[in-house]
Design a protein. Structure first.
Length: 392
């Protein structure tokens, strides 16, 4: 148990204080009220002390902060339930307290979430040691402006970056609580960066808020799937007149720059409003994507655009649902040659090869006939010479 002592003078400052009872807390006790004997307050039964609060639920600090067993201290909360950091007298910015081990003594809100300190303008800011605050579940969180907009961490060149959450395989954090990030991180020249989702050691860029990230010239760019192939937003059935909204770069392309035709409502989506021009007979097979329940379609049309991804293998399926290239690895995995499918038929010999073999066989037959003929002729001549010699 933790006991705090207050004088009667300090008690006068607590007239508006009331106690918020919880299951693991007990009411404060007073001893010697009205006398000079100090007032003793028993704070909590589980060893974690709590501040008394006034009628607005604001914590009251009388004396020093409450210290925990690990040597850190507990910041009091304001009426909104947010921790109140110490402020710098010169800048009026809230300041972080660095513990002996070099880590931050975080202020924790009423819901158990660590909160960043704030500048004078109310914007949160990141501590200088590179730590990130975590919510009550342990997920690292971004700082926010006073208006609730995300503030990304950035390097010395002002390139913004996402926070990686090692607890989920290193994927980027894209949620603040249950709210999706309101914008993309950007490079110093203003180009939007897609966050990365990692699943089974494969990387995929993900879309935020049904909007494409922009390049430095404010031109949209498509995200890349786990094989480095571009994909689009979910295409609605009624898309007539909205093609440019969903296909600002024309048809998406694969990492080998071949055009991909998306599937919409179970059908191949081919539009004369998109470039390059594609016909149904240009489709050669289906393109498998790990995160979609339906395929897109691969064409034999080369795009004039260049893919952002490096050349690598990807999965395709024949139009009759026969899977091919099944051993081509996804992005960030070593490239292995595809195995030969079982029961694979031997390649058929072309007509040109057939005629060549016939000519060779015919030539050998003629040579054999000629050799036999020559042999018979020689034997006949020898027989006639023998007869002549006999008569002489």
């Amino acid at each position: 148990m933790l006991f705090l002592s207050f004088t009667p003078k300090m008690l006068q400052e607590m007239r508006n204080i009331h106690i918020m009872h919880k299951e693991n807390q007990i009411a404060l006790k007073a001893q010697g009220v009205g006398s000079m004997q100090p007032l003793v307050w028993m704070m909590e039964t589980d060893g974690n002390a709590f501040y008394p609060t006034d009628n607005t639920r604001k914590d009251i600090v009388l004396g020093e902060y409450i210290y925990k067993n690990d040597g850190s201290f507990k910041y009091p909360l304001n009426r909104d339930g947010h921790p109140v950091y110490e402020t710098d007298d010169t800048t009026n910015d809230e300041v972080y307290f660095i513990k002996n081990d070099g880590s931050i003594n975080w202020g924790v809100d009423r819901k158990g979430n660590q909160r960043y300190a704030k500048n004078e303008n109310g914007d949160e800011y990141y501590p200088p040691n590179g730590e990130f605050s975590c919510d009550h579940s342990g997920s690292p969180q971004n700082a926010l402006t006073s208006d609730g907009e995300v503030i990304f961490s950035s390097d010395a060149h002002k390139n913004e970056s996402y926070i990686k959450n090692d607890a989920i395989g290193g994927s980027h954090v894209i949620y603040m609580g249950d709210v999706l990030l309101d914008r993309y991180a950007k490079t110093s020249n203003g180009e939007g960066i897609y966050p990365i989702q990692i699943t089974n050691q494969t990387h995929r860029e993900v879309i935020l808020n049904e909007k494409y990230a922009k390049m430095d010239l404010l031109e949209a760019k498509y995200p890349l799937d786990e094989y480095g192939n571009e994909y689009t937003l979910e295409i609605p059935i009624q898309i007539a007149g909205k093609e440019k909204d969903y296909f600002p770069q024309g048809y998406p392309i694969k990492n080998d720059n071949l055009v991909t035709v998306p599937e919409v409502n179970g059908k191949k989506f081919i539009s004369d409003q998109l470039l390059p021009k594609v016909q149904a007979n240009n489709i050669i097979n289906k393109l498998h994507r790990e995160f979609k329940n339906y395929p897109d379609y691969v064409t034999n049309i080369k795009s004039t655009r260049q893919s952002r991804a490096a050349r690598q293998g990807y999965l395709t399926m024949a139009l009759k649902n026969v899977e091919v290239n099944a051993n081509n690895p996804p992005q960030n995995n070593p490239l292995n040659l595809p195995q030969i499918p079982k029961n694979k038929q031997l390649p058929k010999i072309s007509h040109q090869i057939n005629w060549s073999l016939i000519r060779i066989v015919f030539f050998l037959f003629c040579c054999w006939e000629w050799d036999i003929s020559c042999t018979n002729s020689s034997l006949k001549q020898q027989s006639e010479m023998h007869k002549k010699n006999f008569f002489f």
